[in-house]
Design a protein around this ligand. Sequence first.
Ligand code: FES
Length: 242
Amino acid sequence: MIGPKTAKHAVRRTALSHPAIDATHAESAKRKVLSAYDDPGSDEEITRRTFMANCTLALSGVIGLGLAIPIVGSLIPKGNAGGGTWSPLSADEWKKLQAATDTPVKLNFTLKSKDAYLPEETNDQFVWGIKTTEDRMRKARPDLFSEAPKANLPYPVVTLGFAIFSPICPHLGCRYNYDAGSKKFLCPCHGSQYTFEGAHVAGPAPRGLDPLPLREQKGQAEVTWIRYQDSTADRIVVSYTA
Ligand code: FES
């Protein structure tokens, strides 16, 4: 005979093992066991794959940006000196420049150059300096004061009453000299000629001479070397090393 307590348990067991409920439990268990990976092509699997692909793309973007910023940053000229390292002129060379009148002065100095992550290097170099004014340069060299984006220099053309020229001919990179007789800078390689202010007046060079940054720090004059691309009318920075 079944007592009231036993009968209650029997009813509950009977209810739990009803065929409809058993089928629902089996379906639910099956759903739990099957993951998206077990069901390729399902909506869930495709959504998960798309999510993973987007995560990978986003991560690649972050890594790429992290690498790109320092690389691009090293190529952009800075406003203080066009982006290069300042090299001091000796007291004698500075005196020579200060004593200049209507003849350009060849200024020898030790060029300090530092390229990205490489250690600083030094080598002997020279630049040309002239005594001039901004008004005079504006008249003689309108190309240096043009509003065209690529013509603008990120530093003054005239500093302390002087302009400094790179000794590199903008045609194909030879070194030019100053000819006191004709009062012109002459390039021996292909005959390009430039006025006292560096304006191009003859020969195949595509532009005038390239000014370089000059500044005075604690009584010492300093210059920055910039190598511009040859054979183009635009001034495009190639490097800050010789
Ligand atoms: S390199 Fe100076 S004219 Fe050609």
